[in-house]
Design a protein around this ligand. Structure first.
Ligand SMILES: Nc1nc2c(ncn2[C@@H]2O[C@H](COP(=O)(O)OP(=O)(O)OP(=O)(O)O)[C@@H](O)[C@H]2O)c(=O)[nH]1
Length: 310
């Protein structure tokens, strides 16, 4: 019997070679994974910062295009664990990578390949199912000869399915990367409806925005000590207003002072920065209450980690 019905789920508008699947970007902290995720998805779904190790959750950004769908699974930076939080982050990475179709190892163009890159590259052998692609990030920050040299050095690391130099900030070669990644995915119907760009809950995105705002301009030891929880998000019926009640956790009393600042000035700025990100997301004016609390040494305390959502 012959049939002209397209495979279930693909819909008549999709070509026969439509591909969809899961992709994870890995690499040392600060190599530009979150920035790349956001640039590909075209909306801010992962927080970025100049401080390493700011990504804590497996966030999915979804890239839609005519020939396929890339579901991006953003992972925390892989590193040797020093705290309980570090261990949990690593186990998130391990379970994520066991599932994906493609792993993109990100290595910046403007830094020599180091032990950290090699360590992560070796870890990838544990995931034979995934196809491996090298992504050379930040090419805007390196000279052409330096990029060429880096491509050569990376090609010696393993037999890659592809090596793609890109810049997320200058939007160089992002379409090429999308095309190359799509080619490596299985033939598949669409996995998500076309208007979905992330699976993250509003609450999670709001708390990430607050953490990002709080991270701006703080000292080096603080970033890992910050965590945000949301008590409530209330949509007011009587006004075009959303009320958000958040807690910002630090580990020590001294950090509380730093976050709040002189006469609360710093906290006010954090609130303003976060609000500027959240309002477009909810499409309404936002009233944001942030209460700073101390949870002593939460990174090393299993119970507190659980309470803070890790
Ligand atoms: N010049 C340049 N800088 C970039 C580019 N992509 C990212 N960066 C910068 O590199 C820094 C780190 O970027 P992130 O995207 O947060 O890095 P990450 O790998 O996700 O970091 P973790 O979350 O710590 O794992 C930020 O200051 C970015 O602005 C790029 O294409 N060009």
């Amino acid at each position: 019997m012959t049939t002209t019905t397209p495979p279930e789920g693909t819909g008549p508008e999709h070509p026969a070679d439509y591909r969809a699947g899961f992709i994870s970007f890995v690499g040392r902290p600060n190599v530009g994974k979150s920035t790349l995720t956001n640039a590909l998805v075209g909306e801010k779904v992962a927080i970025t910062s100049s401080k390493p190790q700011t990504t804590r959750r497996a966030i999915r950004g979804i890239v839609h295009h005519a020939n396929g769908q890339l579901v991006l699974v953003d992972t925390p930076g892989m590193h040797r664990p020093r705290t309980l939080l570090g261990e949990r982050l690593n186990s998130v990475v391990q379970s994520t990578l066991g599932d994906v179709d493609v792993i993109g190892l990100c290595i910046p163009a403007n830094e020599k390949i180091g032990p950290g890159d090699r360590f992560i590259n070796e870890q990838l052998d544990a995931f034979p199912r995934a196809k491996k692609v090298a992504i050379v990030t930040k090419i805007d920050a390196a000279s052409r000869p330096a990029v060429a040299e880096q491509l050569l050095a990376i090609s010696a690391l393993r037999d890659w399915e592809a090596i793609v130099p890109i810049s997320a900030v200058s939007r160089i070669q992002l379409d090429t990367l999308t095309t190359e990644l799509t080619k490596l995915l299985p033939l598949s119907p669409q996995l998500y409806p076309s208007d979905v760009v992330t699976e993250e809950l509003l609450e999670d995105r709001v708390s990430e925005y607050i953490r990002e705002a709080a991270l701006e301009g703080v000292q080096d030891e603080l970033p890992h000590s910050l965590a945000v929880t949301i008590d409530d998000i209330v949509e007011r019926d009587d006004r075009e207003l959303v009320e958000i009640f958040a807690n910002l956790f630090v580990e020590r009393d001294s950090q509380k002072g730093i976050i709040i600042g002189h006469k609360g000035e710093r906290l006010r700025e954090v609130g303003e920065r976060a609000r500027a990100q959240i309002e477009p997301l909810v499409g309404k004016q936002v009233f944001l209450s942030i209460r700073v609390k101390v949870a002593k040494d939460w990174q090393r305390d299993a119970k507190l980690l659980g309470r803070l959502g890790f």
